[in-house]
Write a new protein. Sequence first.
Length: 274
Amino acid sequence: MPRPPLRPARSLWPRLARAGLGLCLMLSLATGLRASRPVQAPPHPGLAQLPAQMLWAWERPEDLRGLPPDTGVAWLATSIRLRGQAADIRPRAQPLRVSPGTVLLPVLHVDADPRDRPALNPAQREAIVATALRLVQGQPVHALQLDFEVRRSQRPFLAEVVRALRARLPAEVALSMTALASWCAGDAWMDGLPADEIVPMAFRMDRDDRTLRALLAREGHFPRPYCQQAAGTATDEAPVTGLQAPRRYHFAPQPWTRDQWTALLNTPSPPAAR
């Protein structure tokens, strides 16, 4: 979705403020995609094992015992910071408590040091892929989520990582990845990426917030067909009116509380767009 949201301004979401979001073609793209949608591959079977509601549990102590059985946890398992020629790997250090039987989705978070620009070399790509594979090896997981914060110039490297990771993940494990909302609206650079699920973050949309909210309220979904199966929201922002997605990922800038998740999960979904 970036650095752990324990410091939300420097996590999944800082790229939102940094990105040049060029959405001037959004409306024409939306119209064109409605008129002619590419045939989509059947959903990966691993995704069918994930609940429709998922809470993101970032790098901070989290006690999520008592969640409803139809709610899962996408937990930050490992972070990688790319800098220069190096890849600094940091396994989760904060406790995560869940009830037995809770569906867990490990998340690998990757970001690039803004002061020591990474080389984005094959060794760094291999470090990301190898770390991801270790998160699922011998584990009873149905999917892995990649949350990689990139600048525009770093997109080709992210695409390389996604292709290499999907090629080496076990066939039964689905690959989910977070995405900026703009990538799913007026930007087509993800076309053809072999991710099994793309999760557009419908929050922290910065200067394009009003435009994107208007689009989603009118259409009910993001224009890009591969961005229509899931969406991310935040507890500290107003929900996007009319947005429909079979799976929702929820982000909280502070540790989750029982009252908070109870209120969130009991809130009816917004009406579908007409």
